[in-house]
Each structure stands twice: as C-alpha cells, then as structure tokens.
Design a binder for this molecule. Sequence first.
Ligand code: AMP
Ligand code: GLY
Length: 434
Amino acid sequence: MKVLVLGSGGREHALAWKIAQGKGVEKVFIAPGNAGTATVGQNVDIGVNDFEKISDFALKEKISLVVVGPEDPLVNGIVDFLAEKGISAFGPSKKAAMIEGSKVFTRDLLAKYRIPSAEYSAFTDAESAKAYLRKKGAPIVVKADGLAAGKGVIVCETEVEAEQAIDRIIVAKEFGAAGAKVILEEKLVGEEASYLAFTDGKTVVPMASSQDHKRAFDNDAGPNTGGMGAYSPAPVVTKKIEKEVLGKIMFPAIEAMRKEGRPYKGVLYAGLMITEKGPRVLEFNCRFGDPETQVILPRMQSDLVHVLQACIGGTLAEHKVKWSKKACTCVVMASGGYPGSYEKGKEIFGLEKAAKLRDSVVFHAGTRLENGKVVSSGGRVLGVTALGKAIGESIANAYKAVALISFEKMHFRKDIGQKALLRMKKSSGKTRQG
Ligand code: AMP
Ligand code: GLY
C-alpha cells in the first residue's frame, strides 16, 4: 500500500520513518516534507492546507491512507473533505477537531462532563474580562480561544500583566479571529506531562507517557517554544496517575465527544498538569505531539499503520499495542534566536557520523536540501533522538549524537530529561527510607 503523510516537521519525519517500517507499506509520500523525510520516502511539493491538490494527488497515486500531522488542516476539515472523495484519512473530523480548534468549546465540554481541569470564564469584551480579573486576582492565565500556533497562552503573575494580555487579545487583536473570545483561567501548579492515546471513538489505547520541554533555555527559563526536547516514559505519570488520567480524563472525554454528536477518531493528546490533587487538563490537541512523537514512536513495537487503520475502521478493540521497556530522549537542535527571529540556510555538518551511532536516529524538522547539502530552514532544525536501557542512558546517547552535529548559531538545551532523573532519584530515596 501507499501512504501519504501531511506536514514538514520532526513529528512528520518520525511518522514517515515508522510508517515506512510497516508490513505491506510499499511507498511513503510526504507533503511537503523536509530533507529528512526525503530519506524515508518521496517528498511532494504540496502544502498541508491545499485540500484540492492533496486529494488529486491521493487519487492519482492510489493512496490507501493519508496521515495528517498538524492541527490546521484537521481543524479546517481535511478528513471530511478527503472522505467525501473516498480517500481514507487518519485524524478527527472537523466537528471533532474543535477539541483543539476552540479552547472555549473544550473548557465548556470539560465543565459539563466534570473532567478535572482549571476554573475558568470566557469573555468577548475586555471590560467584563477585566472585571472578572479584579475579582480573581493574579496569578492567572489568559488565553485566546482559537488556534494561535502555541502563542495564544499568556501566564500572568500580576494583574497588570493580565490586563495587558486581555488588551493584546481583544483590543489589539494580535491573534486575529482566534482572539475573538478570551479565557481567564486559574493558574495550576505542578509538573506538566503529555498523554496521547489512539482512539476509534469507542476504544482508547494509550501511548507511552512523555514530557515536553516548552521553554527555550535550561532550567525552564526563557520564552515558550514549540518544544525543545522530550523524553518517554515520564516518571511523573506513575501507575496511579495513569489510571486516573485514563479513568477521569481520556475515556470520559471520548465518551463526551460521542454524546455531543462529535465522535472522535484519531490521536487525542492531553496536555496535563500533575497537581497535588491529581492530573488536570491544560489543553487537548487533536493530533500527535511535536516533539513527543519523536520519543514515543521509537518505543512502539507494533505496526503503526495497522493501528491507524483500526482507528479509522472502528476495530481498535481488537488491537494490542506493544511498547519497548527502553526509554527514549529527543534533544531539539534549533536555530539561534528561535522562537524569535533567526537565520536560515546554514549548512548542517556531522549527520552521516551521527547516523552510524546505534540506538539513535536524527529526525529532521526545519531542514531542506540545497545543492545536495542539508541546510537549516526553520526554527527547530533537528530532533536528535536516542533509546537507552533507562532514561539516563537514553539522555547520554542522545547527547553523544548531538556532539557530532553542528551548524552555525545552533542552540539546544543541555538539560533535557534532567527532571525525570531528579524525580527518579527522589522516589528511589523514598523507597529506601521505606
Ligand atoms: P496550552 O497551549 O493551553 O497547553 O498552554 C501552553 C502552556 O501554558 C502550557 O504548556 C503550560 O505551561 C501553560 N499553561 C496553560 N494553561 C495553564 C494553567 N491553567 N495553569 C498553568 N499553566 C498553564
Ligand atoms: N509539544 C507540544 C505540542 O505538540 O503541542
């Protein structure tokens, strides 16, 4: 069979890499892809929001499965569009992708079905939002309702900051239509974790837990980014927490979507805060995480294509998904300046040497081929990923590969995975003390 993956980041390279290993997969196409995806399949020069061109290509090439990477086309209804043309696509319908497309929709859903989250209120005008702010005080989190490429969430420590955030969203319309509504939300305290699951709308099959590193610099300093690295499993998600996440969050959310007439098929990604009172939902995403996918898929022992098809076909209950006991770490190598402005077109050295290391794989994000050379073409450039017997070994293996790679003005965090090591040290100390 032929598979088409939509997107061009590290997540899509990981997806295409894993799909290409599937039994019965004859060819993988990636639209538009990057220099890394070109090594596991064939790149096609079509944008992810060009639905007509995507469907024409899928029909012409007799594509059996389209796998959608990013949220934009899902929220814009690509799965419904392709289904109408008889093309099978993995991901939620437009109605179901609202779970990421509108934060107000999701907050209301969580409240209605009593799924643990943060206290919130939504507003369409600045005055009422500010009156609520005066009542609640700071710290408080101010969010734009719609898709804002991860930039629409402002965690405010003071009321002045929160007022400015409200003005940016509602008055200055910095996020355009995505900011037609603003949410004010209780600031939750704890450690964050990502929890992703496959679902066919009835059955929920969890993936391995993981943790992203959203801030640009070591020790969680600096601005929020798309993600500077990840590891899996996340020790903060203990067996007890996982049971709660599944029983109180994942199953009820899928059930709620079904009851609301929005049956959800695809990957449900819960961004969680593990608080002292238990796990709370920060957000839902309607797709695989980036860079979480880069650490989850290398640990997946089952055939990904079979699982994706079972989600579409409603037969997920018949599938067991197996995970390796090994741990996995991904260090993102970014362009200096990211998430602000940065230079592109820097030649990347050392990729061949890194490719020779056992247990590691370099997923490309912002790269392209220029005269036969791999050069940078985005903020996040590479996701250098490695397995290890335990998290410590996977971290060491990932940084061994990072040390072989270089490009001008590169930037990466040196502390990916340290939180996991610290937590494990603490809990083994507790065990020893009984
Ligand atoms: P979101 O896009 O909603 O996940 O928000 C992006 C980031 O903002 C999260 O990863 C958290 O670090 C932070 N955040 C969002 N909502 C809250 C909240 N209610 N309390 C504390 N931090 C939050
Ligand atoms: N790693 C954050 C995201 O995929 O949204």
